[in-house]
Write a protein of this length. Structure first.
Length: 123
């Protein structure tokens, strides 16, 4: 089933409020029958929400059957290409700390140039 019981409570609260506000607009509406009918509408909405949640759970259910899954045996070339890509990645001789320093220096230069451009525009 999709969601939780809180969806049922929200649907009941919403339907109660909508019905009550719509029914109270009548100048001859009596308070107790209006509230009683609003409770009945809320109970109906609460019950219907179970069906809606079951339907949504059925729609969003994705079974993991072997027919739908790709088997690696069917695509041996794709697996070989993936391993080639991972091995062909060039590795830098610089340690990670130096690479981070270079990137931070480049970023700092870009920010400085942007700030200088903003200062010249504001003057």
């Amino acid at each position: 089933m999709f969601g939780s019981i809180f969806y049922n409570f929200w649907a009941a609260l919403f339907s109660f409020a909508v019905y009550f506000i719509a029914a109270i607009q009548n100048p001859y509406a009596l308070p107790l029958p209006t509230i009683g009918t609003a409770f009945v509408v809320a109970v109906i909405a609460f019950s219907l929400m179970f069906l809606i949640r079951y339907f949504l759970g059925y729609v969003f259910y994705t079974p993991e059957s072997p027919d739908l899954l790709q088997i690696e045996e069917e695509l041996p070339g794709a697996v070989a290409k993936e391993t080639d890509k991972t091995q062909a990645v060039p590795q830098s001789d610089l340690p990670a700390k130096e690479v981070e320093d270079e990137n931070s220096e480049e970023i700092a230069q870009v920010v400085r140039s942007m700030l200088q451009g903003d200062e010249s525009l504001s003057r």
